[in-house]
Design a protein around this ligand. Structure first.
Ligand code: GLY
Length: 419
């Protein structure tokens, strides 16, 4: 089979790596890819948002299956375009991807289907939003309705911060169309868990559980990021909690989406808060988590192509997954300035030695020029490993990281609770 992977992050490198282990795969293409993905796949110079050109390329090359990593092409309707042309693609349609691309849709869908989520109200008028803020308990969470590249969520500790966020989004229109509506929701306390399933529209095949570390700094301080590290499984999962999540969140979501005529095929990633009163949905994503996927792929023992095909063809019932009993972890190395404006173009040294001692290094913001690797993004590399215990996995990861050098490199030292 010929496979195309769309995306350029650590998530897509981990997916490409796993795909490359399938006996069914002869050739992998990737766009736009990164320097690590380029060691496993032929890099194609087409932008991930150019869905017509991508579909033309897939038709011309006779590619059997396309795997979409990020949300942007999904939000632009790449799956709909491929379906019109009878091309196989793994992911939800534009309508189904609304579960991630519109926070207003997702919250109203959850309310209608009795899926546990925090209390919320939707506004498009700044005056009404500010009026509402006079009667809420702080902190509150304010979210833009649409995609905002991970920057559209504000946790506001008092009315001053909340009014500032409302002004930025609704009056200054800093997020354009994505910020025409906002959701103001109750802040939840508890422990976060990433619950990722693959669906074929009817069934949900759970992946192993995981958790990510969203804050930039140790002890969960500093601004939110795309994720500074991840571990699998989640340390707080139990059989009882797993069954409760499937019963109260995952199955009603798959059923509810089908009922609305938005059958969901692809990755459904529920970001959950585990509270004393049970699991509550913070958000849904219509794609794999990054960096959770890096930790998951290390533990997945089944052929990932069977899983993707089961989702696309509606035959997930026949697919089983096997997971390594070892635990896994991933630590993200970032450029100075991330998650704000960050440096790029720094030469990366020591990758070969680090790779010899860690299980895998997945690239994110890297580029390869004149036989050297350089930084090209905020999140640069993902150093990942497995072990019998989280301590074993993490020690191996941090030992490998010591070999990697680029100017002003940063990573959290407390991923996996090991310091
Ligand atoms: N790690 C969070 C996300 O992928 O959205």
């Amino acid at each position: 089979m010929k496979i195309l992977v769309i995306g350029s992050g650590g998530r897509e490198h981990a997916l490409t790596w796993k795909i490359s282990h399938s006996k069914r795969v002869e050739k992998i293409y990737a766009l736009p890819g990164n320097s690590g993905i380029g060691e496993l796949a032929e890099i194609v110079d087409i932008d991930a948002s150019n869905i017509i050109e991508i579909a033309d390329f897939v038709q011309k090359e006779g590619i059997h299956l396309t795997v979409v990593g990020p949300e942007l092409p999904l939000s632009l309707g790449i799956v709909d375009e491929f379906n019109r042309r009878n091309l196989k693609i793994f992911g939800p349609t534009q309508k189904a991807a609304q579960i991630e691309t519109s926070k207003v849709f997702a919250k109203e869908f959850m309310k209608k289907n009795n899926i546990p989520t925090s209390g919320f109200k939707v506004f498009n008028s700044a005056m009404e939003a500010v009026n509402h803020l006079k009667s809420v308990e702080f902190p509150v969470v304010i979210k833009t309705d649409g995609l905002a590249g991970g920057k559209g969520v504000f946790i506001c500790k008092d009315i001053k911060e909340a009014e500032e966020s409302v002004r930025t989004i609704l009056l200054e229109s800093k997020f354009g169309k994505a910020g025409e509506q906002i959701v103001i929701e109750d802040f939840l306390k508890g422990e976060e868990l990433s619950f990722i399933v693959i669906s074929d529209g009817k069934r949900a095949l759970p992946m192993a559980t995981s958790m990510d570390y969203k804050k930039a700094l140790e002890n969960d301080e500093g601004p939110n990021t795309g994720g500074m590290g991840a571990i699998s499984p989640s340390p707080i999962i139990s059989e009882k909690l797993f069954n409760e999540i499937m019963k109260t969140i995952i199955n009603p979501t798959i059923e509810g989406m089908r009922f609305e005529g938005k059958e969901f095929r692809g990755v459904l990633y529920a970001g959950l808060m585990i509270t004393p009163s049970g699991p509550i949905t913070l958000e849904f994503n219509a794609r794999f988590g990054d960096p959770e996927t890096q930790a998951l792929m290390l533990r997945l023992q089944s052929d990932i192509i069977d899983i993707f095909e089961g989702s696309v063809e509606g035959s997930l019932f026949d697919v089983e997954t096997k997971w390594d009993d070892n635990v896994s972890g991933c630590v993200v190395l970032t450029s100075d300035g991330y998650p704000g404006n960050y440096e790029t173009g720094k030469e990366i040294d020591g990758l070969k030695r680090a790779k010899a001692s860690a299980s895998e290094i997945f690239h994110a913001g890297t580029k390869f020029e004149n036989n050297k690797h350089f930084t090209s993004g905020g999140r640069v590399l993902n150093v990942c490993s497995k072990g019998k215990t989280m301590k074993d996995a993490m020690e191996q990861i941090y030992d490998s990281i010591q070999f990697i050098k680029f100017d002003n490199m940063f990573c959290r030292k407390d991923i996996g609770g090991v310091k």
